[in-house]
Design a protein around this ligand. Structure first.
Ligand SMILES: [Zn+2]
Length: 307
């Protein structure tokens, strides 16, 4: 294990409070245990180091892309990060890997327009909170109905202050299949990306929306993921000088991760690897509800974007 990759304490402090970082360190040092009862987030004595490695991997990836050492990167790390807020661990997340990567781009490279596209099945409440009041990061999330968890990510949450209009939430109903999901990507996500013109694209790449994943209620097929990445790569090529880093978030069907991640990496490397899999049943009721929600999101976001 290359411990040099660990995010430094100063790097962690760009997103998390010192008190929180110390608490995690002490909690792990004393043997770990249940860190967040509500979401069953547990840590072991090694978790402080491992979480710092995950964060450090994301930071290193964006750094290498900025320096031209890589065209793009997919960071395969755990624990995930998008539920971790400034001072709270949640949903299996300790440090917010993608937020730390975005902060690195802002602080080290003075980028002031960064896109975080979150395709995990759950709303990235931590990421949203961290960048809620800034226009330097546009946070767009597609996720399942967040009423039960994490109770944020509703349509009306659009940012505040300078960040007004720079948070876009697309909460889709349970049972949503590819066609409604893709409609949301095409009619909301893509037009907003074209208008924002990000200097760097980050993807919170969660694969738990897959229909066989038991931790979410979305019903996406394997085919949606290469399709989304292809669209994002095209945007990155036209708008962001190909600067694209994806960071693994959720996805708990390990056999699926084993199949889908190499396909995504192949595509990012210019290859043409394909996935073969069964498709979930189409859910008409979910489709109708999803289309209604897509229209509501558009109406809300029309204040900020041409849609
Ligand atoms: Zn998730």
């Amino acid at each position: 294990m290359n411990l040099e990759l660990q995010a430094s304490l100063d790097e962690l402090k760009t997103v998390h409070s010192s008190r929180y970082i110390n608490m995690i360190r002490e909690f792990c040092r004393r043997g770990g245990g249940l860190l967040d009862e509500e979401t069953g987030t547990v840590v072991s004595p090694e978790s402080f180091t491992v979480a710092r490695l995950a964060a450090g991997g994301a930071i290193k990836a964006v750094d290498m892309v900025m320096k031209g050492e890589l065209k793009n990167a997919f960071v395969i790390s755990r624990p995930p990060g998008h539920h971790a807020s400034r001072a709270h661990a949640s949903g299996l997340c300790i440090f917010n890997n993608i937020a730390l990567a975005a902060k690195h781009l802002i602080d080290r490279f003075s980028l002031n327009r960064i896109l975080i596209l979150d395709i995990d099945a759950h709303h990235g409440n931590g990421t949203q909170e961290i960048f809620y009041d800034t226009d330097e990061v546009l946070y767009i999330s597609l996720h399942e109905d967040p009423s039960e968890f994490p109770e944020s990510g509703f349509i009306h949450e659009v940012g505040k202050g300078e960040g007004m209009g720079y948070t876009v939430n697309i909460p889709l109903p349970f049972g949503t299949t590819d066609s409604a999901y893709w409609k949301a990507v095409k009619s909301i996500v893509m037009p907003i990306i074209r208008q924002y013109r990000p200097l760097f694209i980050l993807v919170s790449a969660g694969f738990d929306g897959y229909f066989r994943d038991t931790l979410s209620e979305l019903s996406l097929s394997a085919y949606i993921y290469p399709k989304i990445f292809q669209a994002i790569m095209n945007s990155a090529h036209i708008i962001s000088r190909d600067r694209l880093v994806a960071v693994l978030e959720g996805g708990y069907r390990t056999r699926f991760l084993r199949n889908i991640i190499p396909v995504i990496i192949s595509r990012m490397a210019g290859g043409e690897a394909k996935i073969r899999d069964n498709r979930p049943f189409f859910n008409m009721e979910a489709q109708r509800m999803a289309e209604k929600i897509i229209e509501e999101v558009k109406e809300t976001q029309l204040r900020f974007w041409e849609l």
